[in-house]
Design a binder for this molecule. Sequence first.
Ligand code: CA
Length: 238
Amino acid sequence: MDEKKRILVVEDEKNIATVLSYNIKKEGYDCDVAYDGETGLNMALTGGYDLLLLDIMLPRMTGFEICEQVRMKSQVPIIFVTAREEDKDKILGLETGADDYVTKPFSFKELMARVRANIRRSSGEVVRRKEEETARRGVLRIGDLEIDRERYSVTKDGEPVELSKKDYDLILFLAENVGTAFTREELLEKIWGYDGYFGDIRTVDVTVSRIRKKIERDPARPEYLMTKRGVGYFLNAR
Ligand code: CA
């Protein structure tokens, strides 16, 4: 038997935290809860969790701040649990490196589908990366972009580009299929591991705009990560 995957919930509303924790455990995961941001960050950094579920408005430190701090050290999957519509806009504008978000009130079925997909994806990734390390080496070059599959890094004009795991996965996938456009649904399935039903295609848009800010001279007029009207996204063969 595999060891139980461990999830940290950071949520100050005790009744929500209790329901989340109860249901997560029922799904066969271990679950710890922190009720404020500072405690949550400390636990996230030291607890070796497989996934973090972060509320945004928290006492002492916001979910965004936790996410930023954690991202400096770890690629653990992070899902924001947001309270209101406007939080979504905040997420759109922020480059905190979260993998996904769900909006309250959420269906538990949907949340768990996302939790499973993110955990599956990140543990599969560890295995896949090890295999790739020996099987497939080399650098992909597209214009001034270099994607180093051995180091899992991207440079632009020789300068390193800071990318989250999903940013990197998406750009690598598009680079390996350069010139081919994929729908948001296809990308959700291939990069996030979601089936069409549970995925939120805006997740793809958020990730694309985050990547554009990092690699494009003018994110409003992309030269690399292109939108194909009526289809989706592709990486321009330059
Ligand atoms: Ca809260």
